[in-house]
Design a protein around this ligand. Structure first.
Ligand code: GLC
Ligand code: MG
Length: 759
């Protein structure tokens, strides 16, 4: 057995440049395979193979980093749910395929009450080990583990012990998975994200409102659909003024949605199916019922006063205007009216970019940052796979609270917010510092599931993409492309990154700044082609693309562009290069609900009626089965929003057994995307409009499968033709014609799309 012939020997353990550092050699059947080094810089462990194999085995020798090969394997040593961090080593094929996985049991970090954000980072950097043990290999000599641990405990955080695990021989499939994982893309790059609006997904207690148990009950549907991750809109305790985007406690579950046990069960059940769980985090504002704000507004000298954005009334030349009308500046709320609310008791205004029940937090205050990072740690330690950060581009406001310039194109039919240009209360340069802090924190956490990535990649560009983020940081950002891509951040300057692979740019911003341009752009082949091309051009090296087609704030896809085109859109989303995010129900072709004025629930519509702001239409209950209330809630219950009238023909059960349904199309697309390296990882080329036909090629990876794909999508209203190189139809959006040969001119119905495997 391969594993039984492994020997791992310590070469050295010590400190180097202030980091704990260790070096060891691995032998297989008496042959030296490599010499590795690792350290705990930034709370991450990196391990790299030393160039050549001639080393000083005398111990105490710490080679300069330059002596190690660039392609370091690395893995977070963060403390996830099981308290185990890890580091992995993989060797090239020509060394004989094998992997070494060294695990560190990391003591749980305390996360509450950090004095400042710095302390949080210090704590992460010094995440100390209790045990160092080798697993998944036969370890003959791990005595260095003891020393490693003693060294760390010597730094003052003590209480450590060490032991070697029982040797477990390495098996074939595990080996190849581990090897791939180290050189390949992360799950959030190859995978597909599915957004769940929990109020509307599945109710289990008959109150007409979806809940966490409902999501758990539907995980098999999601796994069967073929998505990789779910993002769940907020379920934290909340007065529900903005349906959960007004958070009253960042580390708990609202009883409406269930309990923390329900959440833990959901997370475990999702992970058991290989599904990742991404939470919606709302950093810009809390609820006005959050204890922080209750304190903050209790007096102008309260210690939490500065946690929110309080301003005096503008001074006036005693023109008689009462103070409460002398707003600090002209900033407007996204939900109508000015963004300032007068507080009678303390005679000041506070800022609310959304509802007055959603006061904006002061992200310049280090205590606020630390408290928020603490809340993030709470969930990360439970093992959540990432966050979708609500309104990330709005976090920081101008320090001087300058007036926004008026919008010259504003007219009365537009919503209030459009009356000025949000120069001073959006997309401020300092926002990037916060994003980088969030990223650093998240990157300090290790994987939650064994890595399973299908792409091999030794090509330089692919190596660039072998990000170290195991947890994904997604930003909700509505900005033009050129500004959007700045949210990928800058090349990381931190030491570990440089040491790891100096030639590999590693960015320090959001892993996925949400790209909403497929929603915002006119549905026209030339316009979409232009967006995709520009986006690809603008992406910084190391930045991974992503596309979103719908969410809980936007009209339903099938209503926006029509049912026919929604099929083309599905093929577009799932064959473009980059991470797709789907919105629940779009896979059924759900449409906007008609909402009568007296049915309106959304505060955005209530505050500015008739301006098209209402988001209830796209939040209708999911359609599950052919039964009253479509199986969303008990047959005799009243769902919180009406059930879409088409439920008898549109529900998932009916569509599941229809070989031509929208659901079948999504399932096939998802399966193909998963199956083909080219589709989830390959390059994109020749993006262009040929009349109404949007066309592009997906190009095989140098080391993956060799198939190139041609995508042709008729985004027009008429039948159209396009030219195609010889190939075989893999899928059509009409779910007919697969297997047909094509060459030369191809005819497409309106809304029809073809996925063609080129010869
Ligand atoms: C984001 C959410 C939206 C919410 C707003 C305020 O845009 O997607 O639903 O109302 O933030 O939190
Ligand atoms: Mg319920």
């Amino acid at each position: 057995m391969l594993g039984e012939e492994f020997v791992v020997r310590k070469l050295a353990v010590g400190t180097h440049l202030g980091f704990i550092f260790f070096e060891f050699r691995v032998e297989l059947a008496g042959t030296l395979l490599g010499v590795f080094a690792g350290d705990d810089a930034n709370g991450l462990v990196f391990i790299g193979r030393k160039r050549g194999v001639e080393v000083d085995e005398g111990g105490g020798h710490f080679a300069p980093v330059a002596e190690f090969e660039g392609a370091f394997a690395d893995a977070g040593a963060g403390d996830d749910t099981d308290g185990i961090g890890g580091a992995a080593v993989n060797l090239d094929e020509d060394d004989g395929a094998f992997a070494v996985w060294v695990e560190f049991a990391v003591r749980k970090r305390a996360h509450a009450g950090r004095a400042d954000a710095e302390a949080v980072h210090r704590e992460h950097r010094h995440a100390h080990t209790e045990n160092l043990a080798g697993t998944e290999m036969a370890v003959r000599d791990l005595s260095f583990a003891q020393e490693f641990v003693e060294l760390i405990s010597g730094r003052g955080d003590g209480g450590c012990g060490a032991h070697a695990f029982d040797a477990t021989p390495v098996s074939g499939p595990m080996l190849s998975e581990a090897r791939r994982a180290m050189t390949a893309l992360q799950w959030w790059q190859t995978g597909v994200i599915y957004q769940i609006y929990p109020r509307s997904f599945q109710d289990t207690d008959g109150d007409g409102i979806g809940d966490l148990r409902g999501i758990t009950a539907r995980l098999d549907y999601l796994a069967g659909l073929g998505v990789d991750a779910i993002w769940i809109s907020p379920f934290y305790p909340s007065p529900m003024k903005d349906f959960g985007y007004d958070v009253a406690d960042y580390t708990d579950v609202d009883p409406l949605f269930g309990t923390m046990e329900d959440f833990d069960a959901l997370l475990a059940a999702a992970h058991a199916r290989g599904l990742r769980v991404i939470l919606d985090f709302v950093p810009n504002h809390s609820s006005d019922e959050h204890p922080w704000f209750v304190e903050s507004r209790s007096s102008a000298v309260n210690v939490k006063r500065d946690w929110y954005l309080w301003r005096h009334a503008l001074l006036s030349e005693s023109d008689g205007t009462p103070e409460r009308e002398r707003l600090p500046n002209n900033w407007m709320s996204h939900f109508g009216g000015p963004a300032w609310e007068w507080d009678e008791r303390t005679q000041e205004f506070y800022l609310h970019s959304f509802l007055k029940e959603q006061p904006d937090l002061n992200w310049r205050n280090p205590e606020v940052r630390a408290a928020m990072y603490g809340a993030m740690c709470f969930w990360l330690e439970k093992g959540v796979d990432g966050f979708r950060m609500d309104v990330l581009w709005l976090l920081i406001k101008d320090k001087e609270f300058r007036n926004n310039p008026p919008n010259p194109e504003y007219h009365g039919a537009m919503r209030d917010f459009a009356s000025t240009l949000p120069v001073y209360n959006a997309n401020r340069p300092e926002t990037h510092d916060i994003v980088a802090e969030m990223r650093e924190l998240m990157d300090s956490y290790g994987p939650t599931l064994p890595e399973h990535v299908e792409v091999k990649a030794s090509e330089p560009t692919m190596q660039k993409l072998a990000a170290r983020s195991h947890r994904v940081l997604i930003g909700e950002i509505y900005l033009p492309l050129a500004e959007l891509v700045t949210y990928y951040g800058l090349v990381q300057k931190r030491e570990a990154a440089e040491k790891t692979a100096p030639e590999t740019p590693e960015l320090n911003g959001a892993n996925l700044p949400f790209n909403f341009h497929l929603i915002l752009t006119e549905w026209k082949a030339s316009a979409i082609a232009e967006i995709v091309r520009r986006y690809e051009q603008l992406l910084p090296p190391g930045g991974w693309p992503n596309y979103v087609l719908g969410n809980h704030d936007q009209r339903r896809l099938a209503s926006r562009i029509g049912a026919k085109q929604a099929r083309a859109a599905a093929m577009l989303l799932l064959t473009l290069r980059g991470t797709p995010t789907m919105y629940y129900g779009d896979e059924l072709g759900m449409q906007d609900l008609p909402i009568a004025p007296e049915q309106v629930k959304d505060p955005a519509e209530k505050n500015e009626p008739g301006k098209g702001r209402g988001r209830d239409p796209e939040r209708a209950p999911m359609l599950w089965v052919n039964a009253p209330n479509a199986g969303f809630t008990a047959p005799d219950a009243t769902p919180w929003l009406p059930i879409e009238a088409d439920w008898p023909v549109k529900n998932a059960a009916v569509q599941r057994s229809d070989p031509k349904s929208m659901l079948t199309l999504y399932r096939k697309l998802l399966a193909l995307r998963r199956q083909h390296d080219t589709l989830h990882a390959g390059a994109i080329a020749d993006v262009m409009a040929e009349g109404d036909v949007l066309r592009y090629r997906r190009v095989a990876l140098p080391e993956g499968e060799s198939t190139d794909f041609q995508v042709l999508l008729n985004l027009g209203t008429e039948v159209a033709t396009a030219q195609c190189a010889p190939g075989t139809v893999v899928l059509t959006t009409l779910l007919d014609g697969a297997g047909a040969r094509v060459e030369g001119e191809v005819t497409l119905e309106s809304g029809e799309g073809l996925l063609i495997a080129l010869d």
